[in-house]
Structure formats: structure tokens, C-alpha cells
Design a protein. Structure first.
Length: 248
């Protein structure tokens, strides 16, 4: 059977390509596909302990069986705002109960997008405005000028955009299920080159009461950092590095 494979972030750079096709035996698994990819690109083998797998818009385990024409994505752990070698790299294969119960269809006029243009806090506040809201909380993640004392020139973000939007939608629907007072949610993540001080991610939550708005917004950014497939490359005067475990 034939499947398609996509590579992201440092995997794409290491292999020198973004896409490839594989012929696998019927009943082949994700692990079978990984072995076939490494046969073609041995330079990827050192990343196996950290590798996450997805079929369509869902994380899957190595033993997941593949079907003809599946698109398998291979990528490193999401950046998560941390470059620690000891970071948790386990894929969020099972959503929290309230997210599992949530319906994928947009029922609340919410917004979930990956964009390549500058983000506007004013625009996202307007997107969640609701006459039943008593409070709006906005989180803005911005590019800082140093990491561990090392000056940063700029950042570069990459995403599996369709999957990232799907995962943000899951998070947002989970907010409505967990906090019934939440009125509207908007989540935007920017990709491409970002300069110091520019927002990379905006999350806005409107709710009937301020406590729900604060709690839901905090939950949203924490969950996004753990589960949404976005990667960050830091550029310095003397080099560049993808954030996250490096392999080796």
C-alpha cells in the first residue's frame, strides 16, 4: 500500500525535503513507516526517542495501523515555550474528558487560526465581544530578546496549520464544556519570522464572570503549549536552534 509522509521543522531540514511517498506491506504500522523513512534518511534515526506521529489531524501511537493513502506526519515535540532537554515529549494522545465530550463543530462564533500576518490584541478582543460577557481576558505571548542569557535576533515559527487549527478548536470546545459561563473564544498563532516584541500567539476568552475568563484563558494557553503542533526556531548572532530536545 502507498502512504504519504510529511516532515516538519528540524526533520524537514535534516532530510532536505518535506514530503515523500512509501510503499508498505498491508497492515503496516506507523513504526513500519518510520523504519522505511530512516532507511532513506538515516540522519533522522537519532530523533526517534522524541518523535511524535500524526495521521490526519490526530496524534497516533507507533503501533497504529496505517491504511492506503494515509498521510503520516513526523515531527519533533511541540516547542511548548521551553528548550529544556528534560521536557516531557509524550504526545497528548487522549484529550481531557471535557475535550473528549466537546463537539468539533463551531457553535459559539469562535475563531481558531494559524496566520502569517501580525496579530492585533484589539482585533481579537473584538472577536470575543459578547453582550452576556462580564469580562474579557487576553493572553499575548511575545518574542523576548534573550534565552538563557543569550541574545535573540528573531524567531521563526512553523506549524502543521490544519492540525494546529483543529487542536485549537478542540481546546476551545473544551473550555465551553468545562466553564459553562464562557461566551466566546479566539486563538491565533502566527508563523514565519517574528521580530523582538511581536506577538506570536493571542488567546482571548469572554465569560459571564472574570474568574471563569481568567481560568479558561490560562487553561487554553497551557494546553496549547502541550498539544498544538507549532515549532519555534531561535536565531542568534552566532547560530540558530530549534527549541526542544535535539537528539544525538
Amino acid at each position: 500500500m502507498r502512504i504519504r509522509v510529511r516532515l516538519f521543522a528540524r526533520y524537514r531540514e535534516a532530510a532536505g525535503r518535506e514530503r515523500l511517498e512509501l510503499e508498505l506491506p498491508e497492515g503496516g504500522t506507523v513504526e513500519t513507516a518510520w523504519s522505511a523513512v530512516v532507511d532513506r534518511h538515516p540522519e533522522l534515526g537519532r530523533y526517534r526517542p522524541y518523535t511524535l506521529f500524526a495521521v490526519g489531524h490526530d496524534y497516533v501511537a507507533p503501533e497504529h495501523p496505517l491504511r492506503p493513502d494515509d498521510e503520516l506526519s513526523l515531527f519533533p515535540p511541540v516547542s511548548g515555550g521551553s528548550s529544556s532537554e528534560g521536557a516531557d515529549v509524550t504526545a497528548p494522545s487522549e484529550p481531557p474528558p471535557e475535550m473528549a465530550r466537546a463537539k468539533p463543530a463551531l457553535k459559539h462564533g469562535d475563531t481558531y487560526r494559524v496566520v502569517d500576518a501580525p496579530l492585533s490584541p484589539e482585533a481579537i478582543a473584538a472577536a470575543v465581544d459578547d453582550p452576556g460577557a462580564g469580562g474579557i481576558v487576553i493572553f499575548s505571548g511575545v518574542v523576548r530578546n534573550e534565552t538563557g542569557g543569550r541574545p535573540v535576533k528573531f524567531l521563526e515559527y512553523e506549524a502543521h496549520a490544519p492540525m494546529a487549527e483543529a487542536k485549537m478548536r478542540e481546546i476551545g470546545e473544551g473550555l465551553h464544556a468545562r466553564w459553562p459561563g464562557v461566551k466566546r473564544v479566539a486563538m491565533l498563532h502566527r508563523i514565519g519570522r517574528l521580530e523582538i516584541g511581536e506577538p506570536s500567539v493571542l488567546i482571548a476568552v469572554s465569560a459571564a464572570h472574570r474568574q471563569e475568563a481568567f481560568e479558561a484563558c490560562r487553561y487554553a494557553i497551557d494546553t496549547l503549549k502541550r498539544s498544538v503542533p507549532v515549532w519555534k526556531k531561535e536565531h542568534f548572532e552566532d547560530g540558530e536552534v530549534w527549541v526542544g530536545p535535539q537528539g544525538g
